[in-house]
Design a binder for this molecule. Sequence first.
Ligand code: TZP
Ligand code: MG
Length: 208
Amino acid sequence: MQLYLVTDEPACRGRDLFWVVEEAVRGGVTMVQLREKSLGTRAFVDRAIRLKALLKPYNVPLIINDRVDVALASDADGVHIGQSDLPYETVRALLPPGKIIGLSAETKEHVREAENWELTYLALSPLYATPSKTDHAEPWGLAGLQWVRANSRHPLVVIGGLNGENTAEAIENGADGIAVISAICSAESPRTAAYQLKNTIQNALNKI
Ligand code: TZP
Ligand code: MG
């Protein structure tokens, strides 16, 4: 989950979503989340099945945002849930063993509660304010990230406002990976953007 791409079709600036994802994976993206807030269920499943087939030869896991049913129907590798989605226990019971479960945490209370659960990762949402999600909670910032690192046993992903300028500081302050929409989906070259972010992450990891 070092470099985690979250999809958003409008952020792709008219380019084909599958093209953007494949370019990003060729550049170094290690995990992809299909995030669809307005597609109907059937269209969501069809898109997930197509994306799963695209990612398989690259060995890059596909995570479905919000929807366990869509993840099951597409044989995706896991689900990302937020605080208003199905409860953790329900998701755990519905998914076959071995599937990925990621959870967004917006508050310290969410982080404390998540200590009771077997998560693949915990996502701090958002690390910084971002126009890509208008209804986001109060940003964690670096001090918040440090607090979570000291108080959580889970691998940590940070999301929200991450780019080439602030990725290194996130890794140096305890993030195991970064998740992005616009830094890759909206980039002139999603492949180059992913390649550069991946290098930045690896350099920062080598320093710690
Ligand atoms: N959840 C918290 S912030 C965010 C999501 C889906 C949007 C991240 O987008 P960007 O463009 O990488 O800031
Ligand atoms: Mg959600």
